[in-house]
Design a binder for this molecule. Structure first.
Ligand code: ARG
Length: 501
């Protein structure tokens, strides 16, 4: 400790203490990250695409950010329940079933739904122009809601076809969602009448011009009067809000969640706050349950406007991934490589998917985000390729070393000390992602770690002949621990590293 002028005290960390801490960290398969003492049951609502629609590029935000937080919370020892709240219910299904039936009758067999966009558009067209079709569609909605076997079967077909396609995207994105995580809107359908009845009986909801409404004093309309939230329309139909009330109740009471995280667009904030206020008032969700909206901003093009195709349509997620792989294939063409074709394919996949995911993860999610190919695929700066390259570079050192054995880490210079201190901050970075649901905190950590490693690598020779054996072994141990932290850190973000790039 040193007095540094009036009002300032400098603390220096004892170098032997650093060495000891690094030794413990290296010997620990969890790299010094403890499991939480009291694991929580955490429901994470993320991805949530809609049935009979193709996943658009903006779905990547909820899917990728949510999945990174899920990985971290699980690694910290919590009981995490992935809830893929897909949009699989609503009046549009009458129209979709009627159209699926029409297509099947025309082709005499099951149909390929690979082009959902056209399917949806054509169904809507029939509905708007063909009165007979529209009548049938409306009839099918009623039948579906009444549990009619044929309509249920057709509906299930639509859901399955959509989710088979989406699962391909999840697998391609290395996202941990699977079939068993699907908990769509339809799951809560049977609970809706009960919830509305209960809220009415207890005076929390009232009838107003045939509809059922909840007034909450904390939300006011323009005239300063309590805002009314409809939970049942005057035609008896239920709303997105009603479903989310039943859903939050289910998560708290049946799944016994301690914490419920919602990864949705920032525009859904008022909706969620309304739902939660009603749930708390009704006692469906206790005060000990933490409900957290983890919002994210919009995805913008380089021009600062919402990211669209040249003709102004929504950009398909599939197309973005295809383009990412095509661009990486091109980038790597110019490089000489000894990799086999199979290995090359894997490398292209890892870089392309890593770049797209990381670009989304590395910014504070609450801000809008600008989609920029050149930036995300750059091998310099805060990008996945740069971080993956840092890892591969370390692995190359070990391939080159005649004697790759490790020794005790001794701090002999500033570059080593800075790297060492950063390594020791790994646990804190991971824990902060779990607490704040902000993966960018881990991204920043890994980026800073890579920078400090590159600096150390330039400043401190490792394999040169004049480096004493104990220094070489100490530096190799620093390299090894850095590689392990990079690999583990990136894996918590859902990004792969490779031996060679
Ligand atoms: N399907 C919705 C959408 O595409 C997101 C659902 C979010 N989760 C929820 N419980 N409301 O916007």
């Amino acid at each position: 400790v040193e007095i540094a002028g009036p009002g300032f005290i400098n603390f220096f960390v004892n170098k032997d203490a650093i060495s000891k801490a690094l030794k413990d960290m290296s010997a620990d398969p969890r790299l010094g990250i403890p499991k939480v003492i009291t694991p929580k049951t955490i429901v994470v609502d993320y991805s949530a695409p809609n049935v009979a629609k193709e996943m658009a590029v903006h779905h990547i935000r909820s899917t990728v950010i949510g999945d990174a937080v899920v990985r971290v919370l699980e690694f910290l020892g919590n009981n995490v329940i992935r809830a893929n709240h897909i949009g699989d219910w609503g009046t549009q299904f009458g129209m979709l079933i009627a159209y699926l039936e029409k297509k099947e009758n025309e082709s005499g067999q099951g149909m390929d739904l690979s082009d959902f966009e056209a399917f949806y558009r054509e169904a809507k067209e029939c509905y708007d122009t063909d009165e007979e079709f529209a009548v049938k569609a409306r009839h099918y909605v009623v039948l579906l809601q009444g549990g009619d076997e044929y309509c249920r079967k057709m509906w299930k077909k639509l859901v399955n076809m959509t989710m088979v396609q989406n699962q391909k995207l999840y697998d391609r994105l290395d996202v941990t969602l699977s079939d068993k995580d699907i908990m769509g809107e339809s799951l809560y359908n049977d609970m809706l009448p009960e919830v509305v009845e209960d809220l009415m009986k207890r005076g929390i909801a009232v009838e107003d011009q045939g509809a059922v409404v909840v007034y909450l004093p904390q939300f006011k309309n323009k005239e300063g009067k309590p805002l009314g939230n409809i939970i049942r329309k005057n035609d008896g139909g239920y709303l997105y809000t009603t479903t989310d009330i039943a859903c939050a109740k289910y998560r708290a009471q049946t799944l016994k969640a301690d914490r419920i995280l919602y990864f949705t667009d920032s525009r859904q904030q008022q909706h969620l706050e309304t739902v939660w206020a009603i749930c708390k008032k009704a006692g469906y969700v206790g005060d000990n349950v933490s409900m957290e909206h983890c919002p994210f901003g919009m995805m913008l093009g380089k021009d600062g406007k919402p990211f669209k195709t040249r003709s102004g349509g929504t950009v398909k997620l599939r197309d973005v991934l295809d383009e990412a792989e095509a661009r990486v294939t091109n980038l790597l063409k110019e490089r000489n490589s000894t990799l086999s074709d199979e290995e090359k394919k894997q490398v292209i996949h890892n870089i392309a998917i890593g770049a797209v995911k990381y670009a989304d993860l590395c910014k504070n999610r609450t801000t809008d985000y600008v989609f920029d190919w050149d930036q995300m695929l750059s091998f310099e700066g805060n990008t996945a390729p740069y971080l993956q390259y840092a890892y591969s570079r370390i692995r190359a050192i070990f391939r080159k070393a005649k004697d790759p054995s490790l020794g005790d880490i001794k701090i002999t210079c500033d570059a080593e000390e800075d790297l060492a201190n950063k390594l020791l901050a790994f646990a804190e970075a991971v824990q902060s992602v779990g607490d704040k649901t902000l993966p960018n905190l881990l991204c920043n950590y890994i980026f800073e770690l890579s920078n400090l490693f590159m600096h150390f690598y330039e400043a401190c020779p490792i394999l040169k002949d004049d480096v004493p054996e104990d220094v070489r072994k100490s530096r190799l141990a620093l390299c090894d621990l850095t590689a392990k932290v990079l690999k583990q850190g990136l894996s918590l973000l859902g990004i792969n590293v490779m031996e060679q790039m």
